[in-house]
Design a protein around this ligand. Structure first.
Ligand code: SIN
Length: 334
């Protein structure tokens, strides 16, 4: 019997991993999304006998320019790849700036148990010591591992395997920009994948698909003495939802509460989230008195993606908090 290597669709979208600077010592002043997937593969360490790669350039952007339409286009391409019986897994190269939003969008919309792994780089391909080639090789190694199946969308950066649910860029320039050690579901080292936990028995089925429309939702950030003008302007613009990225436990200053209340009265759904980075936003007085949802431990960006999909799907108002509760992490950081 001949052993068939896993066939992995390698879909490229641009980012720093495909970026070039004029000088190998320049790690900042580069142009993202300059190389195609064939060039990235030529620079990747050899992974002989591990997988058959099926490369394709599907976009060439700096991920700061990603939009909901980009998420949908990428999502539809990835869904088509995992629906192909000849494809066993997908690796997606992506800019790191909004990688966590695309990963979470894919987590909420893809219908598959096949591994889907995102990776990128903090240093351009032209750097003397780029991190992209190793990250790409590690991502392929993870995608080729049958134990990656059924874990939802994964991100591989700097030898760490992270779940889309918790991944976040936490440093502006370091190659160790993604996730803290306790957040990793596994690691790649010594040429092998190591998993921290067994495959979860059941991941909640994504309530949406890559065809689900995305409603307009914006984020407003709280800080001492913050203006309420952005809230009124966004409501006047016709936003369907607002995520309040408050201080602490999603706290809402008194002056802001009345404007958010007016937004709700105008038909806008308001979710309280936190700019703090770790921990959960729970129901608490006096915000209990307000008709606001709370995000659990979803950060403001991930709360926004979820609300865009829920509102786009036409979910009834009474069902919205349930989506946040259902996606609450079993590993909330105390
Ligand atoms: C981008 O997000 O496309 C540029 C920055 C990066 O990939 O690190």
């Amino acid at each position: 019997m001949t052993h068939r290597l896993p066939r992995i669709a390698l879909l490229a979208t641009g980012g720093t991993i495909a970026g070039l600077a004029d000088d190998a010592s320049d790690l900042i002043g580069y142009r993202a999304a300059q190389l195609g997937i064939a060039d990235l593969l030529a620079r990747m360490p050899a992974l002989d006998g591990l997988a058959t790669l099926v490369p394709e350039d599907i976009a060439a952007i700096d991920s700061k320019d990603a939009t909901p339409a980009f998420w949908q286009a990428v999502g539809q391409r990835v869904q088509a790849a995992v629906d192909d019986p000849d494809i066993d897994a997908v690796v997606l190269t992506h800019g790191t700036d909004t990688l966590e939003e695309t990963a979470w969008y894919l987590q909420l919309t893809l219908r598959t148990r096949k591994p889907v792994v995102l990776t990128g780089a903090m240093r351009p391909a032209s750097a003397a010591l780029p991190d992209g080639p190793q990250n790409l090789a590690d991502a392929v190694r993870v995608a080729a591992d049958p134990r990656a199946a059924g874990r939802g969308v994964l991100v591989v950066m700097n030898a760490r395997i992270l779940a889309a649910r918790r991944v976040a860029k936490q440093h502006t320039t370091s190659i160790d920009a993604f996730g803290l050690r306790d957040d990793a579901v596994g690691a790649v080292y010594d040429g092998a994948t190591r998993w921290r936990d067994p495959v979860p028995a059941r991941i909640p089925a994504p309530p949406f698909s890559v065809q689900t429309p995305l409603a307009p939702v914006d984020i407003v950030v709280g800080y001492a003495g913050c203006s309420t003008a952005p809230i009124d302007a966004l409501v006047a613009e016709g936003v369907a939802g607002l995520v309040w990225a408050g201080t602490g436990n999603g706290a809402v200053p008194t002056a802001v509460a009345s404007r958010l209340r007016a937004a709700v009265d105008a038909g806008v759904v308001v979710v309280r989230a936190s700019r703090s980075g770790r921990g959960a936003v729970t129901r608490c007085a006096p915000d209990d008195d307000q008709p606001f949802l709370h995000s659990g431990d979803l950060d403001p960006g991930k709360s926004r993606v979820l609300l865009m999909l829920a509102l786009g799907a036409g979910e009834p108002a009474a069902a919205l908090q349930g989506h946040f509760d259902a996606l609450a992490s079993p590993r909330v950081t105390p």
